[in-house]
Design a binder for this molecule. Structure first.
Ligand SMILES: Nc1ncnc2c1ncn2[C@@H]1O[C@H](COP(=O)(O)OP(=O)(O)OP(=O)(O)O)[C@@H](O)[C@H]1O
Ligand SMILES: [Mg+2]
Length: 361
């Protein structure tokens, strides 16, 4: 799934760049504030339609610039080649094109660019809100089950309708919308259950390779009391739902609980251990995506050295090398990666004051 060519202008301090990338590892090094993370951020802007550093895109736009333009040529193992072009104007307008045709939804660009970020804030997947872990499961389901997106849209519509009926206190319509809500809720729930059932052994295998001393348990919470039927829970909570004006139980409240000895992993594990657990989750997701779709994930590893000792850095790189996927790694110093990647499998870039230059590996 490699990105072959990447053109960026208008992103933070980066000078307009046009890079020919390697399908193996692209190692980007340079001092603090030189623009390394901004290169990865540019890729994520197209892959996810948002930044992983800020919720406000105005901060990404280079001071005094009026537009962000990112173009890339992607070569996919099964989909073929494509050209993605994203244009964002200062006023907020956004135009996304695939092979010259305007896309009406972000999902199609995301479908072409399955990207996983492992960065110094990665631990937030453990300590952050349930929504982040729900999105983590859904990334996996979205990329392996083509019908998931449509089912998800149906579910959102049913939820919106039920909430609207609850707000208007329209008792007579409630049972109709509740029936539709339950039907689509159970479809979403089944997708997630099936996915996690296959995901768990993969995750355990990857974590054992990356950090054998850290043991965590994954438990799926569907968004309602797991020992009850959703219909019964909704009936029990109906009065309260009416008062609140929204549906309390359902797949919109699902979560992946990550525990160590029955305690939340975020409360027990060290920062480095949290990073290896999250990296294992993301690598397992890429491995499963590869097995089930024959396609590969692109990994963006920002600030490789942060929180990880040499042994864990090596193990992480080795797992990524085993996947034979495209990897971007940033670091302040040149790392000794020749033990893992052969020179012909890698490209080296040096960044200074927003200028990116290729060097020999
Ligand atoms: N909107 C903007 N316009 C211009 N420059 C910006 C903008 N936002 C941030 N910057 C600057 O751009 C640079 C972005 O750096 P980036 O975070 O990519 O650096 P880095 O090489 O990843 O550094 P570190 O090693 O500290 O992580 C910083 O020097 C920052 O001050
Ligand atoms: Mg950085």
């Amino acid at each position: 799934m490699p990105i072959r060519q990447l053109k960026v202008s208008g992103v933070r301090n980066l000078q307009p760049l046009d890079l020919s990338l390697h399908s193996g590892v692209n190692f980007i090094y340079g001092p603090n504030g030189s623009g390394k993370t901004s290169i990865l951020e540019s890729i994520v802007l197209v892959a996810a339609g948002k930044s992983f550093r800020t919720s406000q895109l105005k901060h990404v736009l280079t001071h005094d610039a009026d537009r962000i333009e990112i173009e890339m040529n992607v070569e996919d193992e099964s989909l073929g080649e494509c050209h993605l072009d994203s244009l964002r104007l200062k006023g907020g307008d956004h135009l996304l094109k695939l092979n010259g045709s305007v896309l009406t939804s972000q999902a199609e660009a995301s479908h072409w660019l399955p990207v996983q970020v492992i960065d110094p804030t990665t631990f937030r997947l453990l300590s952050g809100s349930p929504e982040e872990r729900r999105q983590f499961i859904d990334w996996g389901v979205f990329h392996v089950e083509h019908s998931f997106m449509e089912q998800w849209k149906t579910f959102r519509k049913q939820l919106k309708q039920r909430n609207s009926v609850l707000k208007q206190k329209e008792d007579e319509w409630l049972s109709v919308w509740t029936k539709g809500f339950i039907e689509s809720a159970l479809v979403i729930d089944q997708y997630r259950r099936d996915y996690l059932k296959r995901f768990k052994p993969e995750f355990e295998r990857i974590l054992a390779a990356l950090d054998p001393d850290t043991k965590v348990q994954l438990a799926y919470y569907p968004g309602w009391d797991k020992d009850s039927e959703l219909a019964d829970v909704l009936e029990r909570q109906q009065e309260r739902d009416m008062v609140l004006g929204y549906t309390q139980a359902g797949p919109h409240r699902a979560e992946l609980r990550i525990k160590v000895d029955k305690q939340p992993a975020a409360e027990i594990l060290s920062r480095g251990q949290q990073k290896t657990v999250v990296a294992a989750l993301k690598i397992a997701q890429g491995a499963m995506f590869q097995q089930e779709s024959g396609r590969r994930t692109i990994y963006l590893v920002d600030d490789l050295a942060s929180e990880l000792d040499e042994k864990h850095r090596f193990a992480l790189c080795k797992l990524l090398e085993d996947l034979k996927c495209q990897v971007f790694i940033t670091s302040i110093d040149k790392e000794k990666l020749t033990d893992i990647w052969k020179p012909e499998d890698a490209c080296l870039f040096h960044v200074e004051h927003g200028c990116v230059n290729q060097e020999s590996f």
